[in-house]
Design a protein around this ligand. Sequence first.
Ligand SMILES: [Zn+2]
Length: 348
Amino acid sequence: MTERLPELIQLEALIESEAKIKNRISLQASELIRLPFHEQHLPIYECRLGNPAPGLPCLFLVGGVHGLERIGTQVLLSLLTSLCQRLAWDNNLQRTLENMQIVAIPLLNPVGMAMQRRSNARHVDLMRNAPVESQERTAWLVGGHRISPCLPWYRGPAGRPMEAEAQLLVDQVLKQTRQSPFTMALDCHSGFGLRDRIWFPYAKSTRQPVSRLGSLFRVREMFFQAYPHQNYVFEPQTKHYTCHGDLWDFLYDEAEAQGNPLLPLTLEMGSWLWVRKNPLQLWHPLGLFHPIKKHRVQRTLRKHLVLLDFLINATEAYTNWFSHNQEMADWHQAMLLWYSSNLQDNCS
Ligand SMILES: [Zn+2]
């Protein structure tokens, strides 16, 4: 019998303890699918906290898209545990969750995590699996490819439906955007760079900004002004590399086509810092993607709670800052900050 993943054990224990609480805003969980894995089946769970009535804003949280990036799942488990504990006594949180919903899929790729690999069971990188083609030259391999499933960043065969995990995420996010007037998302990853980064679409283009760039700039302004001593970099993903098949590029465009606003963010935890402080962890199979040392894991689980708390409050209060007029007012500054070369091209 294969050992059960510690992250699944923790999530299932939380779901079981919360099932005893009869309160409509407390955590409600459902099993979306069971994926075969050796002699067991690994479930993908969705957890909902807050008011289930339609017409309320939503924060959609995702972790474990890449099986090696366990810390993303652990950050979300830490948040869910904290919220469940606080709901018992925290009046402010109770009021906040009466006005919104938090939907979390903390572990989207349990088979990848169990197999200690980035991709799913069929060697497909879920974050390269959406039907999106970059119109620009992409980084070799990293940008997504169809050369061979034996190489990392494999997109899956051309013309085939999305992988079950990717399709499930698309279905759940779009179901939510259809019933919410505003949805913000945070997808937690690790494995890139020395600093923690907050990325947003597009991943498919260095030249084309998303239509809601002004609102993303507003989120950055609010966060940096409220918490000036944090250390995140907030930028479009294509500042670093362009890729095919990004699920959030696809979801952003689909939600926009349906007339439903979605602001997708990705937290990319700067894992190279953990390696620099502890080079020996490179010998560990998760070493490039996980803090490894206990005190560093604890620090990581603590520090992102500020960001997550901010996103909860910003989502609940979206009518105070999210509007077409505000978006237009912020557009130019956003272009100057992130796409200044485009402005120069247009002027020349
Ligand atoms: Zn990742």
